[in-house]
Ligand binder design. Sequence first.
Ligand code: FES
Length: 181
Amino acid sequence: MSVRDPDELSVPPDGRPASEQPQWRKDFPIDWPQDTYISRRELGKFLVLTSFAFVVGQAWIWIKGWFGRAPKWPVTKIGRVSEISVGETLLFHYPDKLHPRLLVRASEHELLAYDQKCTHLSCPVIAEVDKSIFYCPCHHGTFDLKTGRVISGPPPRPLPKVKLRVQGDEIFAVGVEDRMS
Ligand code: FES
């Protein structure tokens, strides 16, 4: 028994050789099994192209990650511990005038700072330290004072958190943590 080359035309339904086939089949020699058959060469080509696309995608992600690294935040003095009492807030701008932030002294030893703009439609939020929330009066959104996470209302994301460093009596902003959840 001969092993048939899969690249050859398949056997006609009546099993007779091509020379004995009726004229209509010779006129329309579409070979459906062959037409849907994926040859090894095509499969190989497909795998090579898919692998190549994968490698290019990985390289692109790596390049983007390399060049899109976290920005270098400045170290900026924003106030003094002795100037802000427990329960009080201090408005400051960081890293520039376009970014208003709120510093809150939540307790004797706890200083927190967040973006002042609500993540819904950018209304300024108000710290309500006794309730441990930031409140947005525009659409009644609330955020957790300790984490900046959304408690209620339409804001889609937490408030970006400003990283602080305290040296003696001085308070410095050293970066911003933008979180999605
Ligand atoms: S702008 Fe703050 S809840 Fe809409």
